[in-house]
Design a binder for this molecule. Structure first.
Ligand code: 5GP
Length: 167
Protein backbone atom coordinates (compact mmCIF):
# COMPACT_ATOMS: atom_id res chain seq x y z
CA UNK A 1 0.00 0.00 0.00
CA UNK A 2 1.35 3.42 -0.95
CA UNK A 3 0.35 6.55 0.92
CA UNK A 4 -1.10 9.27 -1.29
CA UNK A 5 -2.39 11.64 1.42
CA UNK A 6 -1.22 11.08 4.97
CA UNK A 7 -3.23 11.54 8.15
CA UNK A 8 -1.75 14.94 9.03
CA UNK A 9 -2.49 16.37 5.58
CA UNK A 10 -6.05 15.03 5.66
CA UNK A 11 -6.67 16.56 9.07
CA UNK A 12 -5.20 19.91 8.14
CA UNK A 13 -7.19 20.24 4.92
CA UNK A 14 -10.45 19.05 6.49
CA UNK A 15 -10.02 21.60 9.27
CA UNK A 16 -9.65 24.34 6.63
CA UNK A 17 -12.81 23.12 4.91
CA UNK A 18 -14.61 23.15 8.26
CA UNK A 19 -13.63 26.78 8.85
CA UNK A 20 -14.85 27.70 5.37
CA UNK A 21 -18.22 26.05 5.98
CA UNK A 22 -18.52 27.58 9.43
CA UNK A 23 -17.98 31.08 8.09
CA UNK A 24 -20.42 30.60 5.22
CA UNK A 25 -23.21 29.16 7.37
CA UNK A 26 -22.82 31.68 10.24
CA UNK A 27 -24.44 29.82 13.11
CA UNK A 28 -27.16 28.20 11.01
CA UNK A 29 -28.27 24.63 11.45
CA UNK A 30 -26.78 22.40 8.74
CA UNK A 31 -27.85 18.93 7.65
CA UNK A 32 -24.86 16.79 6.70
CA UNK A 33 -26.18 14.22 4.28
CA UNK A 34 -23.53 11.52 4.09
CA UNK A 35 -23.37 9.01 1.29
CA UNK A 36 -22.76 5.59 2.80
CA UNK A 37 -20.45 4.06 3.41
CA UNK A 38 -17.35 5.85 2.22
CA UNK A 39 -18.13 9.34 3.50
CA UNK A 40 -18.28 8.42 7.20
CA UNK A 41 -14.68 9.25 8.30
CA UNK A 42 -14.67 12.49 6.30
CA UNK A 43 -18.11 13.48 7.54
CA UNK A 44 -17.04 13.00 11.13
CA UNK A 45 -13.69 14.79 10.77
CA UNK A 46 -15.50 17.73 9.14
CA UNK A 47 -18.41 17.84 11.57
CA UNK A 48 -16.29 17.75 14.72
CA UNK A 49 -14.43 20.86 13.59
CA UNK A 50 -17.59 22.92 13.01
CA UNK A 51 -19.44 24.57 15.88
CA UNK A 52 -22.79 24.94 14.10
CA UNK A 53 -25.74 22.73 15.00
CA UNK A 54 -25.17 19.84 12.60
CA UNK A 55 -27.72 17.10 11.98
CA UNK A 56 -26.71 13.84 10.33
CA UNK A 57 -28.62 12.05 7.61
CA UNK A 58 -27.39 9.13 5.53
CA UNK A 59 -28.29 7.71 2.18
CA UNK A 60 -26.90 4.61 0.51
CA UNK A 61 -26.92 4.25 -3.24
CA UNK A 62 -25.53 1.80 -5.75
CA UNK A 63 -25.27 1.63 -9.51
CA UNK A 64 -27.38 -0.92 -11.30
CA UNK A 65 -25.35 -3.87 -12.53
CA UNK A 66 -23.43 -3.10 -15.69
CA UNK A 67 -24.71 0.43 -16.17
CA UNK A 68 -21.43 2.31 -15.98
CA UNK A 69 -22.45 4.14 -19.16
CA UNK A 70 -26.05 4.98 -18.28
CA UNK A 71 -25.48 5.86 -14.65
CA UNK A 72 -28.74 4.37 -13.39
CA UNK A 73 -28.57 4.61 -9.65
CA UNK A 74 -30.60 2.81 -7.02
CA UNK A 75 -31.30 3.99 -3.48
CA UNK A 76 -30.60 1.17 -1.00
CA UNK A 77 -31.22 3.20 2.12
CA UNK A 78 -33.00 6.54 2.13
CA UNK A 79 -32.81 9.48 4.54
CA UNK A 80 -35.13 9.30 7.56
CA UNK A 81 -35.92 12.97 8.26
CA UNK A 82 -37.53 15.59 6.10
CA UNK A 83 -35.04 18.03 4.56
CA UNK A 84 -37.60 20.47 3.15
CA UNK A 85 -36.49 24.00 4.02
CA UNK A 86 -33.18 22.78 5.49
CA UNK A 87 -29.65 23.83 4.59
CA UNK A 88 -28.16 20.61 3.34
CA UNK A 89 -24.58 19.67 2.48
CA UNK A 90 -24.13 16.38 0.67
CA UNK A 91 -20.94 14.79 2.00
CA UNK A 92 -19.15 12.41 -0.36
CA UNK A 93 -15.84 10.58 -0.29
CA UNK A 94 -14.87 10.99 -3.95
CA UNK A 95 -16.34 12.43 -7.13
CA UNK A 96 -15.31 10.39 -10.14
CA UNK A 97 -17.60 10.49 -13.21
CA UNK A 98 -20.07 12.72 -11.34
CA UNK A 99 -23.00 10.40 -12.02
CA UNK A 100 -23.79 9.55 -8.41
CA UNK A 101 -23.91 13.16 -7.33
CA UNK A 102 -25.78 14.32 -10.38
CA UNK A 103 -28.50 11.77 -9.63
CA UNK A 104 -28.56 12.55 -5.92
CA UNK A 105 -28.66 16.28 -6.42
CA UNK A 106 -31.74 15.98 -8.60
CA UNK A 107 -33.37 13.53 -6.20
CA UNK A 108 -32.73 15.73 -3.17
CA UNK A 109 -33.74 18.99 -4.88
CA UNK A 110 -37.22 17.51 -5.35
CA UNK A 111 -37.51 17.54 -1.57
CA UNK A 112 -37.05 21.33 -1.68
CA UNK A 113 -34.27 22.04 0.79
CA UNK A 114 -33.55 25.71 1.45
CA UNK A 115 -30.06 25.17 0.04
CA UNK A 116 -28.08 22.22 -1.25
CA UNK A 117 -24.30 22.12 -1.49
CA UNK A 118 -21.75 19.40 -2.03
CA UNK A 119 -18.58 18.64 -0.09
CA UNK A 120 -16.20 15.94 -1.22
CA UNK A 121 -12.91 14.83 0.24
CA UNK A 122 -11.47 13.86 -3.15
CA UNK A 123 -12.15 14.63 -6.78
CA UNK A 124 -10.78 13.14 -9.99
CA UNK A 125 -11.51 15.93 -12.49
CA UNK A 126 -10.02 14.02 -15.43
CA UNK A 127 -12.69 11.30 -15.04
CA UNK A 128 -15.73 13.59 -15.10
CA UNK A 129 -18.54 12.59 -17.49
CA UNK A 130 -21.22 14.85 -16.04
CA UNK A 131 -20.20 18.34 -15.03
CA UNK A 132 -21.40 18.88 -11.52
CA UNK A 133 -20.75 21.89 -9.34
CA UNK A 134 -18.89 20.79 -6.23
CA UNK A 135 -18.78 23.50 -3.58
CA UNK A 136 -16.07 22.14 -1.29
CA UNK A 137 -13.24 19.91 -2.53
CA UNK A 138 -10.55 18.56 -0.22
CA UNK A 139 -8.02 17.33 -2.77
CA UNK A 140 -7.97 16.95 -6.52
CA UNK A 141 -6.17 13.74 -7.44
CA UNK A 142 -5.06 12.06 -10.63
CA UNK A 143 -6.82 9.04 -12.08
CA UNK A 144 -5.72 6.44 -9.53
CA UNK A 145 -7.90 3.95 -7.65
CA UNK A 146 -7.56 5.01 -4.04
CA UNK A 147 -8.56 3.35 -0.78
CA UNK A 148 -8.61 4.25 2.91
CA UNK A 149 -10.25 6.96 4.99
CA UNK A 150 -13.64 5.47 4.10
CA UNK A 151 -12.82 4.30 0.59
CA UNK A 152 -12.84 0.58 -0.06
CA UNK A 153 -11.65 -2.08 -2.38
CA UNK A 154 -14.30 -4.80 -2.14
CA UNK A 155 -15.34 -3.46 1.30
CA UNK A 156 -11.76 -3.66 2.59
CA UNK A 157 -9.42 -0.83 3.69
CA UNK A 158 -12.10 1.64 4.80
CA UNK A 159 -10.49 2.01 8.23
CA UNK A 160 -7.04 3.04 7.03
CA UNK A 161 -6.31 6.46 8.55
CA UNK A 162 -4.77 7.73 5.28
CA UNK A 163 -5.63 7.70 1.57
CA UNK A 164 -3.52 5.18 -0.30
CA UNK A 165 -3.30 3.25 -3.51
CA UNK A 166 -2.23 -0.22 -4.45
CA UNK A 167 0.47 -0.57 -7.12
P1 5GP B 1 -19.17 8.60 -9.67
O1 5GP B 1 -20.63 8.41 -9.69
O2 5GP B 1 -18.71 10.01 -9.42
O3 5GP B 1 -18.51 8.01 -10.89
O4 5GP B 1 -18.61 7.66 -8.55
C1 5GP B 1 -18.49 7.96 -7.24
C2 5GP B 1 -18.30 6.69 -6.46
O5 5GP B 1 -17.41 5.78 -7.12
C3 5GP B 1 -17.64 6.98 -5.13
O6 5GP B 1 -18.60 7.25 -4.14
C4 5GP B 1 -16.90 5.69 -4.87
O7 5GP B 1 -17.75 4.77 -4.24
C5 5GP B 1 -16.54 5.15 -6.22
N1 5GP B 1 -15.14 5.49 -6.59
C6 5GP B 1 -14.75 6.30 -7.58
N2 5GP B 1 -13.40 6.38 -7.62
C7 5GP B 1 -12.94 5.60 -6.62
C8 5GP B 1 -11.62 5.27 -6.13
O8 5GP B 1 -10.57 5.71 -6.63
N3 5GP B 1 -11.56 4.43 -5.07
C9 5GP B 1 -12.67 3.91 -4.49
N4 5GP B 1 -12.47 3.10 -3.45
N5 5GP B 1 -13.92 4.19 -4.91
C10 5GP B 1 -14.05 5.03 -5.96
Amino acid sequence: MNVLINEAKLQKRIQQMAKEIESEYQGKQIVFLGILKGSVPFLWELAKNIRNDIRFEFIEVSSYEGTESTGNIKINKDITHNITGKDVIIVEDIVDTGRTLSFLKQYLLEKQPNSLKIATLLSKPSRRVIEIGVDYIGFEIEDKFVVGFGLDYDQQYRNLPYVGYIE
